[in-house]
Design a protein around this ligand. Structure first.
Ligand SMILES: [Fe+2]
Ligand SMILES: [Fe+2]
Length: 309
């Protein structure tokens, strides 16, 4: 059995280039950052052909593949929620540069949601039953998150979730998390990661303009942490259950991942603990971590920039 190896270049991965097409780009001006020069926010119209992606596209590992599928399944609904949360307050933002940034953010998240709709169609075509899970996730979002939570808390939840996605995006480059992924999936996730870095400050900046309360910011972090970790785990289990792995096979998968990634801290530390620790700082701002240059590097490696050029 092959194992995911996000570090070694010898990790099993198909040799064919990812089919990527870029048909247009729209941009929005970037406002001045408190600590770093931010890139323009660009909504790139990218399409991915998932036809050649195998079921276990992450180095042949079922566990690694479904850990990735588990969170990616959430994106279409999650990112449309992010857009609604920010858009609710757009008429209260009197900074035209931030409004332009927000519109760029809407464009990027809209394209991400659409690309991840296609990703979910790929999972269906591969034979996975995901619609009951996605219906439950949609019900929760509609009846709990959007009906019970006030708009400011929804915005704070979005700002915190965007901090987590920015961390995952940085890890995609710095920790080479995607090295063993199929080229199409790697290209999709690198494009998405690049744009998450580009727009990582937008929801936070809108929240600061709407209500700069530290308590509200932390409440959003609590909601984002509980919801993202819970639904990610449920999504992963929904898919893994369909593999009907024996306990011995599960242990073999776990040991294989540990063997190929001995220094990995795991998702809980790498994403959640780091994100919470940073976010607790009273003077935290997403742009304090000046990693905007990684967006260009991720895009270049994804093939999207070459296709655009
Ligand atoms: Fe996104
Ligand atoms: Fe985002």
């Amino acid at each position: 059995m092959t194992r995911p190896d996000p570090v070694a270049s010898s990790a099993p991965a198909p040799a064919t280039a990812a089919p990527v097409t870029v048909t247009a780009t729209t941009t929005a001006a970037a406002p001045a950052s408190p600590t770093a020069a931010r890139p323009r926010i660009a909504a790139r119209k990218v399409r991915f052909d998932f036809a050649a992606v195998p079921r276990h596209w992450f180095g042949g590992s079922k566990v690694a593949t479904h850990l990735a599928n588990g969170v990616n399944m959430l994106f279409p609904q999650g990112e449309r929620f992010f857009v609604r949360s920010v858009n609710h307050f757009l008429d209260r933002i009197d900074d035209p540069e931030l409004v332009a940034q927000a519109r760029g953010f809407f464009g990027q998240e809209g394209k991400h949601a659409s690309a991840h709709d296609d990703y979910n169609d790929m999972l269906r075509a591969q034979g996975y039953q995901i619609d009951r899970f996605l219906a439950a996730y949609a019900w929760w979002g509609r009846e709990v998150t959007e009906r019970i939570m006030p708009p400011e808390l929804r915005l704070a939840t979005t700002a915190a979730a965007e901090h987590f996605t920015a961390i995952m995006a940085e890890n995609a480059f710095k920790k080479q998390i995607l090295a063993a992924a199929h080229p199409t999936m790697k290209s999709l996730l690198q494009w998405h990661a690049a744009e998450e870095i580009e727009h990582k400050s937008v929801a936070f900046d809108v929240l600061q303009r709407v209500n700069p309360s530290y308590a509200l910011r932390l409440a959003g972090m609590v909601v984002a942490t509980v919801q993202l970790s819970s639904w990610w785990m449920l999504g992963t289990l929904t898919l893994l259950r369909q593999e009907r792995l024996s306990l011995a096979e599960l242990r073999a998968e776990r040991d294989g991942i540990r063997a190929t990634r001995p220094d990995d801290e795991g998702i809980a530390r790498r994403v959640f603990l780091r994100g919470i620790r940073e976010y607790l700082r009273r003077d935290f701002h997403p742009a304090d971590n000046d990693n905007f240059h990684l967006a260009e590097l991720l895009l270049r490696d994804s093939g999207v920039v070459a296709a655009s050029a």
